[in-house]
Design a protein around this ligand. Structure first.
Ligand code: ATP
Ligand code: MG
Length: 326
């Protein structure tokens, strides 16, 4: 998709200066360390980066479901101009699922094996909204159909459905209350390619049919290439690059993004796969300067001393001192 086709919606979610640290016996893990980003109405945004870079922590913070050791150290997350992070417990219960819902990493295994899927859907609706059971059933059946599953399969038990159907049902569950924003954490990971294709197809349909905003978290850049308007790349708790999808793939500007893209065979097709040497840093004791400098081919002295700011040039944000040289 070209950047000019990006939906020009108003900001729906505006995260700024967000810091989330885990306080554990070994020290303080700087899992999310001062990040800013926006999701506009109707926009599909991808969030990617290697394992442990802070993607799930970011998502859990937005739903206020961090474990006890996870502490929001600073920042704001405005959703329709309301600060999510300062919502009280009672308010957040009403907020979750109605305003932002989430499809969790590995979620398809969390359907209850002893209940028919239709009943699980009806119960999810009735927990949040009072209505006659028959009406909730009709809403559930419509949702099941909307994710490409025949109504006749609604009375099945989870084990009678394929992995792809279960994952689509989890997405249907996330859509139950028509929230403006859905966060999908690794929605296609561990699924075979055919099922993965079905989920991607569903996302594309949702995009055409609804005004939903979607934040898709995945390691798989090819999933984001097919579904997202813009992509955010995180490394070691920080955003290193953000750009409209086409620009990110055609003109990646951060050395980390370049390495990530070139380590993906499906995108490169006829080029050699380039692995990123080394590992992401220990977030209890990250390196001085740019977090990526120990693995970077373009490192200069300044990168070892100063942390590069995320600089926005026409909607393409990059945190690298050498952005315009490499
Ligand atoms: N409960 C916890 N206690 C301590 N550290 C944690 C906890 N949960 C996550 N972390 C650490 O926080 C950092 C970010 O983790 P997070 O799960 O957000 O990463 P991620 O990008 O979602 O990774 P993945 O791609 O593997 O899902 C990692 O260093 C991780 O080890
Ligand atoms: Mg994760």
């Amino acid at each position: 998709m070209s950047s000019s086709q990006i939906p020009g919606g108003q900001p729906l979610l505006k995260v700024s200066g967000l810091k989330v640290y885990y306080h554990i016996s070994q020290g303080v893990v700087k899992a999310v360390d001062d990040i800013d980003f926006t999701v506009n109405c109707g926009e599909f945004v991808g969030l990617s980066g290697e394992s442990g870079c802070g993607k799930t922590t970011t998502a859990m913070t937005l739903l206020k479901i961090l474990p006890r050791e996870g502490v929001i150290e600073g920042g704001q997350a405005l959703f329709n101009n309301r600060d999510i992070l300062s919502l009280k417990k009672k308010e957040i219960n009403a907020f979750r699922w109605q305003e932002i819902s989430m499809v969790f990493q590995g979620a398809m295994n969390s359907l209850n094996p002893v209940h028919r899927v239709i009943n699980q859907m009806i119960n999810a609706i009735l927990i949040h909204e009072k209505m006659p059971r028959e009406k909730a059933k009709e809403i559930a059946l419509e949702l099941i159909e909307s994710v490409g599953i025949e109504r006749s399969r609604a009375t099945a038990y989870p084990h009678e459905l394929s992995g792809g159907m279960k994952q689509r049902l989890m997405i249907a569950l996330a859509l139950v209350l028509h929230p403006p924003l859905v966060i999908a954490d690794e929605p296609t990971t561990a699924l075979d390619v055919m099922i993965q294709a079905q989920i991607l197809d569903l996302f594309k349909q949702l995009r055409q049919r609804t005004s939903l905003s979607l934040l898709i978290i995945t390691h798989d850049l090819s999933v984001l290439a097919e579904t997202c308007d813009k992509i955010i790349i995180m490394y070691a708790g920080k955003i290193v690059e953000e750009a409209p999808t086409e620009i990110l793939f055609n003109e990646p500007a951060h050395p980390y993004t370049k390495k990530l893209i070139s380590s993906f065979p499906s995108i490169l097709a006829d080029k050699e796969i380039d692995f990123i040497p080394g590992n992401p840093p220990d977030l209890i004791d990250p390196p001085a300067g740019c977090n990526f400098h120990p693995r970077c081919d373009y490192v200069i002295d300044r990168c070892r001393a100063e942390s590069p700011p995320l600089v926005d040039e026409g909607g393409h944000r990059v945190a690298c001192f050498r952005r315009n040289e490499i």
